[in-house]
Design a protein around this ligand. Structure first.
Ligand SMILES: Cc1cc2nc3c(=O)[nH]c(=O)nc-3n(C[C@H](O)[C@H](O)[C@H](O)COP(=O)(O)OP(=O)(O)OC[C@H]3O[C@@H](n4cnc5c(N)ncnc54)[C@H](O)[C@@H]3O)c2cc1C
Length: 398
């Protein structure tokens, strides 16, 4: 299969590169390029600019703001965005709940939620995992019991990313406790400001508050906020998780990190010469780059296949992308800390730069928290062990 880019695809990539490097404020791109933290405002600002130009949700149906692009064009859009250090559109909105509502929601739900979801006027979070339902998601216990025109929701979600910033949460809830696990689950949209919803932050090893526990106590949710059919939520969740897994290879993000590593290694003195010229360092860097290129080729191969079999039928090969993508993301964050040497071990409690730290190399203060933070890549959206099981069963037929 020919997976080299065509002339038109290269021109498309160039168009995206120009857009991202001229339309998204340089202040955001420069700060994130130096390894700085992404703020809520950064994500909202860049998503709204992209949406204004029809580039926030290209994989949605055209009538709801999507673009009639090939899977390869969508990949190039994402790559160029990440390489330009532009915060991607919020995945919960653009890659998760948006496509689910657009595919399975009523016309009412589409009109009510899709424009605001594309423009990030509503910030969504994902309420799937529970304390005893992560890899085995179908064991979830949060209940939604129909009472007149409402559902009454009780239970707990956990690891809910950025719930502290969210206006709405899309939840998997159990609507039929008698049915076989997967069959009694529904997909419900809940306003976070509804009485009975409580968010409790979980502090992570990088010092930040990125994930939360979300509690539901007799939360009254209008029944018209159910997506699709009652008890069909598992099918919608599978559709959503399939979309999520292809995106998490994050080749562009790792490429951007490798470029930073090279820049820093060129400025770092090691035994009288730049670290970048050290043969052992070069060997490690080259191995990472070769594997990253191989991953990119695999992403393009999967996208070409997707173009043939059509959307909504996730390829189990996306598990290979998720597995390898997380490993390379983690390797890159480790190499960054190593390049920085002792400076990379500087640690701070908050986003403020402590006195005396300003002279450190670019991004030094964020390198270690980023290293710790990216341990998450091999856990979320299906842990590495779970991906290996999918590969063994669905691809290798073991
Ligand atoms: C940073 C972060 C953000 C997240 N954000 C969200 C979010 O926004 N919304 C949301 O709903 N969830 C979120 N999650 C939850 C995530 O999806 C779960 O953590 C993940 O599915 C694993 O589930 P668990 O934590 O319950 O671990 P468990 O399923 O209990 O797994 C524990 C260990 O056992 C292994 N294991 C489990 N089952 C098997 C098996 N069958 N075979 C072999 N090994 C197995 C796992 O690989 C893991 O090493 C997030 C998680 C993290 C770390």
């Amino acid at each position: 299969m020919d997976i080299a880019l065509s002339k038109q695809e290269r021109a498309f990539a160039e168009r995206m590169r120009t857009f991202f490097s001229t339309e998204i404020p340089a202040e955001i791109r420069d700060r994130l390029g130096r390894g700085g933290h992404t703020t809520r405002e950064d994500i909202v600002t860049s998503q709204r600019i992209m949406n204004e130009h029809g580039l926030a949700v290209p994989h949605w149906p055209v009538e709801w703001g999507g673009q009639d692009w090939t899977p390869v064009q969508r990949h190039l859009w994402s790559e160029e965005m990440l390489l330009a250090h532009v915060p991607p559109p919020l995945a919960f909105n653009s890659a998760m709940v948006g496509p689910v509502i657009a595919t399975f929601g009523s016309e009412d739900l589409k009109a009510r939620f899709l424009p605001k979801t594309a423009n990030l006027d509503i910030w969504w979070c994902q309420g799937f995992s529970e304390p005893n339902a992560g890899s085995d998601l179908a064991s979830l216990k949060t209940t939604a019991v129909r009472e007149g025109d409402d559902y009454i929701v009780n239970g707990q979600k956990t690891w809910t990313t950025l719930a502290q910033w969210a206006d709405w949460i899309f939840c998997l809830v159990r609507t039929d406790p008698e049915a076989k696990k997967q069959r009694g689950i529904s997909f419900l949209l809940i306003d976070m400001s509804t009485p009975g919803v409580t968010v409790r932050p979980i502090r992570l090893i990088d010092g930040g508050f990125e994930v939360n526990e979300v509690f539901f106590e007799d939360v009254r949710v209008p029944a018209d906020q159910l997506v699709g059919e009652e008890n069909s939520g598992w099918d919608y969740a599978k559709f959503l998780l399939g979309n999520e897994r292809t995106g998490v290879a994050a080749v562009g993000q790792t490429k951007a990190r490798v470029l930073r590593i090279k820049r820093l290694a060129a400025q770092t003195n090691s035994g009288g010469r730049p670290l970048l010229d050290d043969p052992l360092f070069r060997a490690r860097l080259t191995k990472l780059e070769v594997e990253l290129t191989a991953l990119e080729m695999s992403v393009l191969r999967v996208l070409n296949t997707e173009a043939k079999i059509g959307p909504g039928k996730p390829d189990p090969v996306s598990s290979v992308l998720k597995l390898k993508g997380s490993e390379l993301q983690q390797e890159a964050t480790e190499l960054l800390v190593d390049v920085l040497g002792p400076s990379g071990l500087a640690y701070r409690e908050s986003a403020d730069v402590p006195d005396g730290f300003a002279a450190l190399p670019e991004g030094a203060l964020d390198a270690l928290p980023t290293y710790f933070n990216w341990r998450k890549a091999s856990i979320y959206s299906g842990s590495s062990e779970v991906q290996r099981t999918i590969i063994a069963k669905a691809i290798l037929k073991l």
